[in-house]
Design a protein around this ligand. Structure first.
Ligand code: ACM
Length: 637
C-alpha cells in the first residue's frame, strides 16, 4: 500500500512538473485542458488562413515569430485544410468568445486557432507562442531544437476590455523604436491599451504644428545624472539638449504599429498642473508674473510635498484657468491630437494641481466672481468642464485622473482612479466610466524589493501585492469599470534596461488581473509561470527584476530599543540565511526560523535566500542604524 502511494506521488509530481515546465501561459487562460501528446513543428511549415486580409496579417506576424528562431521555411496559404497551423475566423460567431476571445486546439496532427475577430486570432497566436519551447524567444536561429507544443484545448477571453499600461515618456524620453519595443512586449501579454503620458513639467513630447515652440523649446532640458528630483538647478549656460519629441509622422507610425498588435493608444496632454514645459514655451499661458523666466524642469526640486498637508509649487506650473488664451491654446492642441489618434478618449491629466499661485492671482479672483465659483476646487472643475467641451467638440471623450472629481465632475468625463480606488468608486456611483489604476496595486515606478538595495523611490509595491489587483471593488456596479492599468512613471527610470526591470514581472501580475477570471488567480502557480517567462526573457535579452526572490524584511522595536527583525519571502520554499558580523552569509550560516533581535553591537545585517543549495535572492545589507530607523529607534551615536 505504501509503495502504491509512493508510486502515485512520483507519478503526480512528475506529471505536474512536466506540465508546469511546458504549459505556462500568462495571463492564465479561462479554460485549459492538457491532454496526452504533442505536436512538433517541422520545416517547411504552412500557416493556413481563410480568405481574409486581417487573418493574413496575423499569419504574417506568426510567420515572423516562428521563422526567426526555427529557421524553417514557412508559407501562408489560403484555404489549405492540411496546413500545420490554421487560423480560422468563425462563421457563425461563438458568442462566448466576444471580440477578443479565441480557441486554441493542439492535437498530435494539427494546431488550430479560431476566433470571431482578428484580435482573438492574435491572442491565440500569443498563447501558441507561449506553448512553444522557450527558445522561440530567440531572435536568431536555434539549431537542433525540437519545436514541440503540448496538446491542449484552450478557450479564452478577457475579463476586461481595457487592459492598459501607462508609459511616461516625459520625465525621460524614450525613442520611437523604444516605444515600439514596449508595444511588442505588451502585446505578448494581451494588453490592449498604451497610455502615453506625453506632456509634463520636464518636456513636451508631441509635435503640434500650430504651436511650434512646444517642441523647439518645450522638448528640451539639461541632462543631469544622479537622483531625479534632487538635481542642481541648471546654470543659464548649460546646454538644453536633452530630451526629444515625436513628430506627427512618428506618432502615426507608432499608432499603426500598435494597431497591428491590437493596441489602442491613449494620448495624455496634462493640464492644468504639470504644465511647465508648455509655460516655458508660451509664458502667456500662466497667471503668474515672471513666468517668462521659467524653464523646462531638468529634475531640480520645484514642488514641495510636506509629509502631512498640501503640496505647493515653488513656481507656478499651471495653465491659468482665468485666461481665455489658455482655452484657445488647448483648442489648437486638442484639434491636432484628435486628428492624429483614432482612440475615442483623450486624457487631460488633471492631477496634482498646485494652486498656491491661484490663491494670490487677481485674475483667478475675478474669474471666481464672474462665474460664481466658491473655492479653488470649483475653479479647477470650471477648467475641466471647459476642457471637456473642447474635447467633445473634436468628437472625443475626456478621461482624467481622479482629481477631476474635485468641485464636481464634468458631464461625460471618465475617471482614472490612481489615489487608491476611492475616486473610481465615487465616479462609478455617479455613473461615470472608470479605469482603475490605483497606486496601491498598480504603480510600477515604486520599488519592488527592499529599499536598502533598490534604486530609491518613495514607496514600495511588491509583486504579490500587484498580483492582488482587482479592478472591481466590492459594492461597485461592474458595468462602469472599463478595466485596469498599471502606470510606469519614469522620474527615476533613465534608460530602457531599467524600464524593463521596473516593468517585469509586475506587468505579468497586472496582465493576469485584467485578463484572467478572478477565481483562477493562484499565487504559487503564478510564480512558477513567471519563472518560465524569466527563462524566455533571458533568451530575448529583456531585463526583469529578481526581487521576488529576495528576503522581505519587517522591523519593529523589541520593546528594549533594539530592532526586532522578521524575515519572510514572497516565493514559497526558499531558505533565508543571515549574519550580523559583516561577513557574507551563505547556506552554512544561521538559517532564519523566527524573529530576531539585533545584537546590540551589530554593524549591519546581511541576508540572503537560497532555493535548496543555490543562492537565489540578492544579498541585502542593512546597516544597524537603518534597522533602528525602521524600528523607530533613535540611534545612540
Ligand atoms: C499621478 O500619479 N499623479 C497620476
Amino acid at each position: 500500500m505504501k509503495l502504491f502511494y509512493t508510486f502515485l506521488l512520483i507519478f503526480f509530481s512528475s506529471f505536474s512538473f512536466g506540465q508546469n515546465k511546458t504549459i505556462a501561459i500568462i495571463p492564465e487562460p479561462v479554460t485549459l485542458s492538457a491532454v496526452q501528446g504533442e505536436y512538433t513543428l517541422k520545416g517547411p511549415l504552412t500557416i493556413g488562413i481563410s480568405d481574409n486580409i486581417q487573418a493574413a496579417e496575423i499569419a504574417g506576424y506568426l510567420l515572423n515569430a516562428i521563422t526567426a528562431p526555427t529557421g524553417y521555411l514557412t508559407t501562408i496559404q489560403k484555404n489549405n485544410s492540411n496546413a500545420n497551423i490554421k487560423l480560422i475566423l468563425l462563421s457563425p460567431e461563438e458568442k462566448v468568445l466576444g471580440n477578443e476571445g479565441y480557441k486554441l486546439s493542439v492535437t498530435p496532427s494539427s494546431i488550430t486557432i479560431s476566433a470571431n475577430k482578428a484580435a482573438g486570432l492574435f491572442y491565440g497566436v500569443q498563447s501558441l507562442l507561449q506553448l512553444l519551447p522557450k527558445e522561440i524567444a530567440s531572435k536568431t536561429v536555434v539549431a537542433d531544437k525540437v519545436w514541440s507544443v503540448p496538446c491542449v484545448e484552450i478557450t479564452d477571453f478577457p475579463r476586461f476590455g481595457w487592459r492598459g499600461l501607462m508609459f511616461d515618456v516625459v520625465r525621460h524620453f524614450f525613442t520611437k523604436e523604444e516605444v515600439k519595443d514596449f508595444i511588442d512586449d505588451m502585446a505578448k501579454y494581451k494588453f490592449n491599451l498604451l497610455h502615453l503620458h506625453l506632456t509634463d513639467d520636464q518636456g513636451w513630447r508631441i509635435e503640434i504644428k500650430s504651436l511650434p515652440k512646444l517642441t523647439t523649446v518645450g522638448a528640451w532640458n539639461v541632462k543631469k545624472i544622479g537622483t531625479f528630483g534632487t538635481f542642481s538647478k541648471p546654470e543659464d549656460n548649460e546646454p538644453r539638449d536633452y530630451g526629444g519629441f515625436y513628430t506627427q509622422e512618428d506618432i502615426r507610425e507608432i499608432i499603426q504599429y500598435a494597431r497591428d498588435r491590437f493596441i489602442n493608444i491613449l494620448p495624455e496632454i496634462e493640464m492644468p498642473g504639470h504644465s511647465l514645459a508648455a509655460i516655458a514655451s508660451y509664458p502667456e499661458l500662466s497667471c503668474t508674473p515672471g513666468a517668462d523666466k521659467y524653464k523646462v524642469n531638468s529634475g531640480e526640486r520645484f514642488m514641495v510635498w510636506p509629509p502631512s498637508g498640501h503640496f505647493y509649487g515653488l513656481l507656478d506650473n499651471t495653465l491659468c484657468p482665468a485666461n481665455e488664451k489658455v482655452y484657445a491654446f488647448i483648442d489648437k492642441v486638442i484639434t491636432e491630437v484628435a486628428q492624429l489618434f483614432p482612440f475615442e478618449y483623450i486624457h487631460m491629466g488633471g492631477d496634482e494641481t498646485a494652486r498656491n499661485f491661484w490663491e494670490k492671482s487677481p485674475a483667478i479672483k475675478a474669474l471666481m466672481q464672474k462665474e460664481k465659483l466658491k473655492n479653488l476646487d470649483e475653479v479647477q472643475s470650471y477648467f475641466v468642464k471647459r476642457v471637456e467641451t473642447i474635447i467633445r467638440s473634436k468628437g472625443k471623450k475626456l478621461i482624467g485622473w481622479d482629481e477631476i472629481l474635485q468641485g464636481g465632475l464634468a458631464p461625460n468625463a471618465a475617471v482614472m482612479s490612481w489615489r487608491g480606488i476611492q475616486g473610481g468608486i465615487e465616479a462609478a456611483k455617479q455613473k461615470h466610466e472608470v479605469v482603475m489604476s490605483p497606486s496601491t496595486f498598480a504603480y510600477l515606478d515604486y520599488m519592488q524589493g527592499d529599499r536598502a538595495i533598490e534604486p530609491p523611490v518613495y514607496a514600495t509595491l511588491r509583486l504579490n501585492k500587484a498580483y492582488q489587483f482587482d479592478p472591481v471593488p466590492n459594492g461597485v456596479d461592474p458595468q462602469f469599470i472599463k478595466g485596469g492599468q498599471a502606470n510606469l512613471w519614469t522620474e527615476q527610470i533613465y534608460n530602457t534596461r531599467h524600464m524593463q526591470y521596473m516593468l517585469w514581472p509586475r506587468a505579468f501580475a497586472i496582465a493576469e488581473s485584467v485578463w484572467s477570471p478572478k477565481q483562477k488567480k493562484n499565487w504559487n502557480q503564478f510564480v512558477r509561470r513567471v519563472e518560465t517567462h524569466f527563462d524566455r526573457f533571458d533568451i530575448a535579452k529583456i531585463k526583469y527584476s529578481p526581487a521576488l526572490y529576495d528576503a522581505v524584511v519587517a522591523v519593529k522595536n523589541n520593546g528594549k530599543d533594539l530592532p526586532l527583525i522578521e524575515l519572510s519571502t514572497e516565493v514559497e520554499g526558499l531558505d533565508i540565511y543571515y549574519s550580523f558580523d559583516n561577513s557574507f552569509p551563505d547556506n552554512f550560516y544561521p538559517k532564519y526560523k523566527e524573529p530576531l533581535t539585533m545584537p546590540k553591537d551589530a554593524a549591519a545585517m546581511k541576508i540572503i535566500t537560497y532555493r535548496g543549495d543555490k543562492p537565489i535572492g540578492r544579498m541585502i545589507v542593512i546597516t544597524s542604524d537603518d534597522l533602528k530607523k525602521r524600528a523607530g529607534i533613535k540611534s545612540g551615536k
